[in-house]
Design a binder for this molecule. Structure first.
Ligand SMILES: Nc1ncnc2c1ncn2[C@@H]1O[C@H](COP(=O)(O)OP(=O)(O)OP(=O)(O)O)[C@@H](O)[C@H]1O
Length: 596
């Protein structure tokens, strides 16, 4: 099917990475020493915390000293305003012009993330400073445009999303909207008229964040907080009247340390595990995005956590992204600091593309349909069995006993549900991967054809060279994606195994009950219905997206052909505009070839 892509990499920007080192706290001053040096506003040297190393160790390079270079580096004397003015303020003006920006603070617990993002009365944080800039820019705007500023504030805690602008928020779900991408269903979005108003909301929201006291920080934020500010600009003049929308996401991540290192138990340990699951997913995305700098299609596993799904646009899409890596200068924090610096170093490789993209058509509808069909047949069979069993029960089950059994079943069902959800996510990820690789293979075929043609003409060596280089990039991506696919396949298998174990537990739990068959079927039936509902929902969304895109393409091609432009002219025009016309020679559904 022919498809039109947005102009390729019109404006590509690397993710900006800044490192901020906080001062030693009073306690640290008494016990430890400073091992971080910042040079030339860019270089960070982390000294070996072990002073006892002898001369030989040092000359033989057995030192743990590390040196890194970043876009910006700020020492302990720098204020939040210094960070803001140098590395951020210029990106904020784009938000009022309709561009997106994302700023996230990453670092271990107690390294100064919340201090940097939220700040104090005397040293306002980046959230506050950005808001002031937005309102100042709106105030000084001389056009006749109307502005509307709205904001939302959420936290992701233990892989559950909560609304920080609601007094007692319930669990919120992520939805994939065909038009807007990932949205948080039911999240409160408030209209604001001044920076002060948002600050009030921010303070209120912060007081609702999940805090804990860890060994490393007495008021440690255990959740990831995302403040999103949307600026809608209604342009009004005699020729047009349309809305430009810019978004700024400010993210205060939870501490990046391992749970075991903060001396946590029970619920705290669970927090730690989930925080790290999100951050691990973020690290995997950062790795994959780093690989994409070759501009090929490598798969990025955004689906693996709520956080990465929410941050998807900020990392890869239409966004200017700034990562502030916060570090402590204390010698006992060496391992955390080196981890943060390594993470930040990898993040430098990410490219974000400041442009709008038209989504791609998903080709796996048939696969989903097959899964839904088989699940529905199974649900139908179990429903029937359940009805039969109920009618056959000579003695109605003892209600109290059944209640107990059902509540235990609920616990196991919930866990099984999570396992099913995870498998669905993995399956979806695998579908996406396959789709990307399909497109890669189509491009590879085109490249091979072009290379053969060029070789036959035997003229321009530079074109041939460029084609071969591109071919290698595509081959690398296909290999990487295949590897990622194989690992997903393994995860799916492990998940299936876990699912079976849970089922065994359920079997055991009800094996002594006289109505065990009844309970068993009830349980199976519930689980299958859950999986079925999810799949149907996905299917509906995909159908809608595909329908809209097909409609749009049909209209577009009709329009182009109606203008009497021939194929060659279209290709030439597209080339001049930087538009890629994909694979129309392969499956010419409404393509030029079929319309000729
Ligand atoms: N630049 C700074 N100047 C002075 N004090 C700072 C600075 N940065 C951080 N601190 C202090 O260090 C301590 C820890 O900071 P903060 O709570 O911001 O850490 P965090 O990285 O958000 O930790 P967690 O992940 O546990 O929430 C606080 O007492 C804070 O006031």
């Amino acid at each position: 099917m022919p498809s039109i892509k947005a102009p390729a990499t019109k404006q590509a920007a690397t993710l900006t990475v800044a490192v901020k080192c906080r001062p030693l706290t009073k306690k640290e001053q008494q016990k430890g020493r400073d091992i971080v040096q910042v040079k030339d506003d860019k270089e960070v040297t982390l000294l070996d915390p072990d002073l006892s190393k002898d001369y030989l160790d040092r000359v033989q390079n057995r030192t743990k000293e590390r040196k890194y270079s970043f876009d910006y580096a700020f020492g302990p004397d720098c204020t939040n305003l210094d960070v803001y003015k140098t590395s951020i303020s210029s990106k904020i003006s784009g938000v009022v012009q309709g561009l997106n920006a994302a700023i996230f603070a990453y670092g271990s617990t107690g390294s100064g993330k919340t201090y940097t993002m939220v700040g104090t009365e005397g040293d306002s944080g980046l959230m506050v400073l950005s808001l002031h800039t937005i309102f100042d820019l709106i105030k000084s705007d001389t056009s006749s445009d109307d502005f509307e500023v709205t904001c939302s504030y959420l936290e992701v805690y233990n892989e559950v999303i909560y609304d920080l602008l609601e007094k007692s928020s319930g669990h919120l779900e992520l939805r994939e909207d065909p038009q807007e991408g990932i949205v948080v269903a039911g999240l409160r979005c408030i209209k604001v008229h001044s920076a002060d108003k948002i600050l009030e909301l921010l303070n209120l929201g912060n007081s609702r964040r999940k805090m804990e006291s860890t060994d490393a920080n007495a008021t440690s934020s255990r959740s990831h907080a995302v403040l999103e500010i949307t600026v809608r600009r209604k342009q009004r003049n005699q020729y047009r009247n349309h809305i430009v929308c810019g978004k700024l996401a400010l993210v205060d991540l939870a501490g990046s340390e391992r749970a075991s290192e903060t001396n946590c138990r029970g619920q705290k340990l669970r927090d730690g595990a989930n925080i790290n699951r999100s951050l691990l997913a973020l690290a995997n995305c950062i790795n994959a995005l780093g690989k994409q700098r070759k501009k090929g299609l490598a798969y990025v596993p955004y689906r693996n956590s709520k956080l990465t799904r929410i941050l998807k646009d900020g990392l890869s899409g239409n966004s200017q992204t700034i990562m502030i890596a916060t570090i402590s200068p204390a010698n006992n924090q060496y391992h955390h600091t080196v981890n943060t610096l390594k993470y930040a170093d990898r993040a430098k490789e990410i490219k974000t593309h400041i442009q709008t993209n038209i989504g791609t058509v998903d080709i796996h509808v048939a696969d989903y349909q097959k899964m839904i069909d088989s699940l529905q047949i199974e649900v139908f069979r179990l429903k029937k069995e359940l009805a039969e069993k109920e009618s056959k029960l000579s003695v109605k089950p003892n209600e109290k006993a059944i209640d107990d059994q059902l509540s235990w079943l609920d616990v196991l069902s919930r866990e099984t549900n999570e396992s099913v959800q995870e498998r669905i996510n993995l399956q979806k990820a695998l579908f996406e991967l396959e789709e990307i690789n399909l497109r890669n293979r189509i491009e590879l075929q085109h490249l091979d054809d072009k290379i053969t043609n060029e070789q036959a003409i035997g003229k321009d060596g530079t074109i041939l060279q460029a084609l071969r280089e591109r071919r290698q990039v595509i081959l690398d991506n296909i290999r990487d994606n295949d590897e990622a696919g194989a690992s997903y396949q393994k995860e799916i298998e492990a998940n299936e195994k876990h699912f079976c174990q849970l089922q065994d537990m359920i079997e055991k739990a009800i094996s002594n009950n006289s109505n065990k068959t009844y309970l068993h079927i009830l349980n199976q039936y519930r689980l299958l219905e859950m999986a079925n509902t999810e799949l149907q929902f996905e299917m509906a969304i995909r159908d809608q997206v595909i329908h809209n895109q097909r409609e749009m393409q049909r209209n577009l091609w009709n329009l182009i052909m109606g203008l009497g432009i021939d194929e060659r002219q279209i290709m030439k025009l597209a080339f001049e505009q930087g538009i890629t016309i994909e694979d129309w020679t392969v499956t010419p559904l409404w393509g030029l070839s079929s319309m000729k």
